[in-house]
Design a protein around this ligand. Structure first.
Ligand code: SF4
Ligand code: SF4
Length: 95
């Protein structure tokens, strides 16, 4: 079986820099950028290419700013996306 690797996409305009995702990542893949988004928040960036796709960061993010993918050599599949955070929260995790 092909080795599965994780990846994330951060919507930096949604990020408020709370750093909950940084604390939640056991891989130390994330840190706070030195730049701010259009709302003035220091946003989060990925600094290591060691993501396992565990989904912890997406699950703790109160802004729904992180989408998690798991990929093999041939495929990249979205497995976690948090939406409607301010209204009826929707969490989708495909294991
Ligand atoms: S999915 Fe897991 S390993 Fe990847 S950045 Fe998020 S918390 Fe870290
Ligand atoms: S948990 Fe969400 S809002 Fe908080 S720093 Fe991480 S991406 Fe930004």
């Amino acid at each position: 079986m092909a080795k599965v690797k994780g990846d994330i996409i951060i919507d930096i305009e949604k990020c408020k820099g709370c750093e909950l995702c940084v604390e939640a990542c056991s891989q130390d893949s994330l840190t706070t950028s030195k730049k701010v988004n259009s709302k003035g928040y220091l946003y989060i960036v990925k600094i290591e290419d060691n993501c396992t796709g565990c989904t912890n960061c997406a699950l703790v993010c109160p802004e729904g700013a992180i989408t998690v993918y798991r990929k093999t050599a041939n495929r990249k599949e979205q497995i976690a996306k948090i939406t409607n955070v301010t209204k009826d929260m929707t969490i989708t995790v495909n294991e």
